[in-house]
Design a protein around this ligand. Structure first.
Ligand code: NDP
Ligand code: 2IT
Length: 445
């Protein structure tokens, strides 16, 4: 389409060497540009042009020391993408692959995702190219303290509230919260995903994975199907994968795969609650590799590959961006998969998504399906502001309602002229409108 092409050539020219950012913007532009074509209020005000330019990007040096006394230097980032509907909100990622392109794509997606939750949350993302693998707890603390020693001057419970993402879990949030509190001498909800004893919300650890499965239930319900007895392939074995798996088990599905960056395990008998408890110990405490699961339970480990070659009904990519390629999409369909929902951010390539949509696979993008995590982060901010704590049941109930609302929004905006439902279009347009209208109301800012 001509208008998308000219929009994208401007984006590519202004943001050279940022392929992930281009990819995320292109997907949104393909939905939003046709939608706003006959709505001059959005065209004249150049809303999408403004939304693709971060409000602010902060890049800083993070020096720290290893246990053996070596000096290391990493790069820290915070992309403050949009504050149209609330404080910047989004996770911190610690992974050697982190660069400006990754974080701009994540902050851009986050803006739409946060809008879909209907909570007052703007969009942001940050992190570092620091690699937590193989580091001692003391090295992790040294790094987190140094990272926060710069970041603290740019964030506040009322203007930017980071949380976890790849490589950043409860341990890292704890170290960063401790350092922030010490530097600012204030106890506020400046980070979410905190431990429950110091202001964290119940259900926040579970929220992304649970929310993903709640969303899948609505996708299936629309087609009079249920999750009970379905075979599910999950990638990743971190926070999102673990709690997606837990909810699948609870609802009677059979999950047969998990993975990490070295390969995947295939457990034909299904991963049950005891095996999940082992995975949680392995990954969250021992910080081991998923291969150990195969050795312990006598199942297959397939080195260097992703799980998309196994027979399954439902695929839940929960590891990282661009982990499910065109050939994987074809293989999944060939092997009987009929539903794909993203736990990770942008795990399916544009080519894979096209295959799913052209083959009437029930496919939904991460900005809709994985929004449960940030939604409960929003609830954590509310609880912190009120200085009280809601019960598990209360938070879980709110999470379920939010996921149902997001599904409804996707349906409201996702139907195509040919009667087909595109969750991509629904999520992009539904997320866009709220941010765009707020920007218009606030003038040229
Ligand atoms: P974790 O760090 O807990 O787990 C990440 C998992 O993905 C690990 O199994 C890791 O394997 C694997 N992985 C990471 N990078 C790669 C890679 N380059 N190639 C192959 N495997 C990889 O992160 P989360 O579970 O929190 O996050 C997973 C995804 O979900 C990310 O896309 C994140 O942005 C998204 N997300 C997370 C939310 C949250 O609340 N945590 C909310 C919404 C989305 P290994 O250990 O070998 O690196
Ligand atoms: O991608 C995401 O939505 C997250 N990593 C969670 C962000 C948050 O602020 O809870």
């Amino acid at each position: 389409m001509k208008s998308v092409n000219s929009f994208m050539s401007r984006i590519i020219k202004r943001n050279p060497g940022e392929p992930e950012f281009h990819q995320a913007v292109q997907e949104v532009a393909e939905s939003v540009l046709p939608y706003i074509e006959d709505k001059p209020v959005y065209v004249k005000t150049k809303i999408l042009e403004r939304m693709t330019e971060p409000e602010r990007v902060i890049i800083f040096r993070v020096p720290w020391m290893t246990d053996s006394g070596e000096v290391e230097v990493n790069r820290g980032f915070r992309v403050q993408m949009s504050s149209a509907i609330g404080p910047y909100k989004g996770g911190l990622r610690f992974h050697p692959s982190v660069n400006l392109s990754t974080l701009k794509f994540l902050a851009f997606e986050q803006t739409f995702k946060n809008s879909l939750t209907q909570l007052p949350l703007g969009g942001g993302k940050g992190g570092s190219d620091f690699d937590p693998k193989g580091k001692s707890d003391r090295e992790i603390m040294n790094f987190c303290q140094s990272f926060m020693t710069e970041l603290f001057r740019h964030i506040h419970s009322d203007n930017d509230v980071p949380a976890g993402d790849i490589g950043v879990g409860a341990r890292e949030i704890g170290f960063m919260f401790g350092q922030y509190k010490r530097l600012k001498n204030e106890f506020t909800g400046v980070l979410t995903g905190k431990g429950h004893s110091y202001g964290g919300s119940l259900i926040r650890p579970e929220a992304t994975g649970y929310g993903l499965v709640y969303f899948v239930l609505h996708m299936l319900k629309l087609h009079q199907r249920s999750i009970d007895g379905k075979i599910v392939a999950i990638s990743g074995s971190g926070n999102v994968a673990q709690y997606a798996l837990e909810k699948c088990i609870e609802l009677g599905a059979k999950v047969v795969t998990l993975s990490d960056s070295s390969g995947y395990i295939y457990d034909q008998n299904g991963i049950d609650a005891d095996k999940l408890a082992y995975v949680m110990r392995l990954k969250n405490e021992e910080r081991g590799r998923i291969k150990a699961y195969a050795e312990r339970f006598g199942c297959a480990f397939v080195a260097g590959k992703t799980p998309w070659e196994v027979n399954c009904d439902i695929a839940l990519p929960c590891a990282t961006q661009n982990e499910l390629l065109e050939e994987d999409a074809k293989m999944l369909i060939k092997n009987g998969c009929f539903c794909v929902a993203e736990g990770a951010n942008m795990p399916c390539t544009p080519e894979a998504i096209e295959i799913f949509e052209n083959n009437d696979i029930l496919y939904a993008p991460g900005k809709a399906t994985n929004a449960g995590g940030v939604a409960v982060s929003g609830l954590e901010m509310s609880q912190n502001a009120l200085r009280l704590s809601w019960s598990r049941a209360e938070v879980d109930q709110k999470l379920q309602e939010i996921m149902e609302n997001i599904h409804r929004t996707c349906i409201q905006y996702g139907y195509q002229p040919d009667g087909r439902l595109s969750y991509v279009q629904g999520a992009n347009i539904g997320g866009f409108i709220r941010v765009a209208d707020a920007m218009i109301a606030q003038g040229l800012v």
